[in-house]
Write a protein that binds this ligand. Structure first.
Ligand SMILES: NC(=O)c1ccc[n+]([C@@H]2O[C@H](COP(=O)([O-])OP(=O)(O)OC[C@H]3O[C@@H](n4cnc5c(N)ncnc54)[C@H](OP(=O)(O)O)[C@@H]3O)[C@@H](O)[C@H]2O)c1
Length: 306
């Protein structure tokens, strides 16, 4: 309870009828303490309210973690969101009291709704939302179960969609807001053995492009950042995927999450609809637009064969 961690829990349901009276009293006392920790955390968070508020999903590791750490060192107050609260707590201890964490399983629409309502009521409308939460094992279509497809679509695509849907009307009222979607080159150049992953990332890109049409002249912008391979936990969390990266990617330098965080910060300072990092990805895209047969052939020749 006395931890410096600013871990703001979402309300859940509790089987209160199954509890004996002494247990209820203890829980009420604990709830009272917890409530005060929450209020203290929130008050400390609000003391820094001159800064811009950034919501980062997938902030417990990789790109999201690095972005949260970097931004909190500057002019931003960060709300860190992911499932693993122990990891979030460690990061908050590192960052200090200007930021706050809210554990949430972004694959669950109800948890997203509670998350967004909590943020809106207790903090306000985020100025910037960075969608980094993402997972998905790379598999051929026939190896992908309906449940796996559902979970790949749930995060990052549906989670970003639902969070955006909640906050966009508020951002439109303020006439300002920045949505940043972290995506993979697969949303432009699909390769073999990652059908569900490619579908989810194309959906994410589709939403980003549609939003740019929807939000024109309303003060809210959608940005997409495409990173090449990054040295994060991604391939550890999604095993049997890494060897499916086409060999042509040897020409694309691997990035650290910290480097990606710097790119994200640049996009915040100077928003662009699409950013490719490293730059060679942009060259690939241009080649793909003018001569798709050439890039498709390069990928086919260097990708994993069945
Ligand atoms: N690594 C690469 O080479 C690379 C390249 C280009 C693009 N990307 C994309 O960048 C995004 C971030 O990847 P990363 O490399 O930073 O991977 P990572 O280190 O595995 O981070 C993924 C983050 O997403 C969170 N997450 C996953 N499922 C979630 C859920 N249901 N609810 C809430 N949070 C969830 C994880 O936190 P919890 O487990 O604590 O929930 C974690 O913080 C992904 O969409 C990935 O596809 C990655």
């Amino acid at each position: 309870m006395t931890s410096r961690c600013h871990n703001y829990t979402l309300n859940g349901t509790f089987p209160i009828r199954q509890l004996a009276l002494p247990n209820v009293i203890i829980l009420l006392l604990l709830g009272y303490c917890e409530y005060h920790v929450k209020v203290d955390d929130m008050m400390t968070f609000r003391q820094h309210s001159r800064k811009e508020i950034v919501l980062v999903t997938g902030a417990s590791s990789g790109i999201g973690r690095a972005a949260a750490v970097l931004l909190s060192e500057g002019d931003y107050q960060v709300i860190l969101v992911a499932r693993r609260s122990d990891k979030l707590n460690k990061i908050i201890n590192e960052i200090g009291e200007s930021s706050i964490s809210i554990p949430c399983d972004c694959s669950k629409p109800q948890e997203i709704k509670t998350l967004c309502q909590t943020i809106l009521e207790d903090i306000g409308v985020p100025d910037i939302i960075i969608h980094c939460a993402g997972a998905g094992i790379w598999r051929e279509i026939e190896e992908t179960s309906p449940e796996q497809l559902k979970s790949m679509m749930a995060v990052p695509f549906e989670s970003a969609f639902n969070i955006n849907a909640f906050f966009i009307p508020e951002m439109i009222k303020k006439k300002s807001g920045l949505l940043i979607h972290i995506n993979s080159p697969v949303c432009y150049f699909p390769w073999a053995g990652a059908t569900g992953y490619a579908s989810a990332r194309w959906a994410l890109r589709g939403m980003h492009e549609a939003l740019n049409q929807d939000l024109e002249k309303l003060g809210v912008r959608s940005c997409q950042i495409i990173f090449g391979e990054v040295t994060s936990e991604y391939f550890k969390s999604n095993p049997n995927s890494h060897h499916k990266i086409p060999k042509i990617s040897a020409f694309i330098p691997i990035q650290t999450p910290e480097k990606c965080a710097k790119v994200i910060k640049k996009v915040i300072k100077k928003p662009r609809q699409n950013t490719f990092h490293p730059l060679i990805l942009r060259v690939f895209l241009i080649a793909h637009q003018f001569l798709p047969i050439f890039t498709e052939m390069l990928i086919r020749l260097t990708q994993r064969k069945r």
